[in-house]
Design a protein around this ligand. Structure first.
Ligand SMILES: [Zn+2]
Length: 372
């Protein structure tokens, strides 16, 4: 039986090069995880997701518990079998989506009661039920149930929210069934206040999770405050466990967080942008609907290895988006994910060769060429 493990393969300053070993295979870190909200990375087949270099896919507990339902996913062989992704799957706890999507939600010490945003049906999520649902989905990595502290929050509000999340983390840990090769991550909260982040990190490490996430960032605090919070938080987390910055971010955010010792990321940006005509490239972000691409016979990104860049012109993609053809979002989602994964691959190699700072500087110089 494979045990869950995080192996540190190299370090350059605070930046870490590692490998995660699980019951569903391995992943190289720093890793970007593609978001597969409802059991699908939107507009992509599982083979296409694999071809971008993605090794971990994210599933959303809130969406999957409502449709098709955790019991139905379990009856279909679990999320891996259902979506044809035998690799690593991380599921969130549902807490974040309940607060952002559900109607008539009510939060107390026990958990959250809410009505579905789809049909108004009543549901209850607690640390125990969220952990049980993630078990039914067969998530390789289960997340502790927490409250994402809103921004802005006063020190008192952030402290009360964080302490509730820490009590929920203890209950999530008690509800988790350890299995070889599976893991559960705790989530550090505390807003932008270093003393609260320290209190939260101490509470979680005392519980002893297999990995640690940093939550409640990229919610409006801005990049400088996010980086300051990471500077104060990552040194407090065990060097022997993976660190996951939730919901982040732009390519520049990823490089800045890697520089500060983060190993794992997820974000809807590359996939969501791929559906709206926004392209992430080595030369910055472009809107493919812009008329100047109408006659552009060159590839979107000559350095990219994706289907779009190796087989089609920027003008063709512009045409597909102008006509609202579904191939446009399919090709551009594939490109954006390929770009994010190539950025991560480059970061991993640069850390191994102790030249991460130069790699990040060169990437940032490239993005400044944008003029759109
Ligand atoms: Zn491409």
């Amino acid at each position: 039986m494979t045990e869950f493990a995080f192996t540190l393969l190299g370090q350059d300053g605070a930046a870490r090069r590692g490998r995660i070993t699980t019951a569903h295979g391995t992943a190289q870190t720093p890793a970007f995880m593609a978001v597969g909200t409802a059991g699908t990375v939107k507009a992509m087949t599982a083979d296409q997701v694999r071809a971008t270099g993605s090794e971990i896919v994210l599933g959303n507990t809130y969406h999957l518990m409502l449709r098709p339902g955790a019991d139905r996913v379990a009856a279909l062989g679990g999320l891996h079998r259902m979506m044809d992704w035998p690799g690593i799957i991380l599921t969130d706890s549902g807490g974040f989506q309940v607060m952002s999507l559900a109607k008539l939600r009510k939060l107390d010490e026990i958990g959250v009661t809410f009505r579905s945003h789809i049909d108004g049906s009543a549901h209850h999520l607690t640390p125990e039920s969220s952990t049980a649902i993630q078990h039914k989905l067969d998530a390789t990595i289960t997340m502790a149930f927490d409250e994402c502290t809103p921004f802005p929050a006063t020190p008192d509000e952030a402290a009360a929210s964080m302490r509730l999340s820490m009590r929920w983390a203890a209950r999530s840990r008690a509800a988790f069934t350890p299995r070889p090769g599976y893991a559960q991550f705790g989530i550090v909260q505390g807003g932008i206040y270093p003393d609260l982040r320290a209190e939260s990190a101490a509470a979680l490490t005392a519980l002893g999770f297999e990995g640690y996430a940093i939550g409640g960032l990229a919610v409006g605090e801005g990049q400088p405050a996010m980086f300051e919070t990471l500077d104060a938080t990552t040194p407090l987390l065990p060097a022997t466990s993976p660190r996951y910055l939730m919901g982040v971010g732009t390519p520049d955010d990823l490089l800045g967080a890697i520089e500060r010792g983060v190993d794992m990321f997820d974000c809807v940006m590359p996939t969501r942008a791929g559906r709206t005509g926004r392209a992430y490239t080595a030369r910055g972000v472009f809107n493919l609907r812009n008329a100047r691409f109408g006659d552009d016979a060159t590839p979107l990104d000559p350095a990219c290895t994706c289907t779009l860049c190796t087989r089609h012109s920027a003008a063709y993609l512009h045409h597909l988006f102008r006509c609202e053809e579904m191939l446009g979002p399919m090709l551009l989602t594939g490109h954006n994910l390929t770009y994010y994964q190539a950025l991560m691959h480059g970061a991993r190699t640069a850390i191994e060769q102790h030249r991460f700072a130069a790699y990040a500087a060169a990437a940032r110089d490239g993005w400044r060429q944008t003029h759109d």
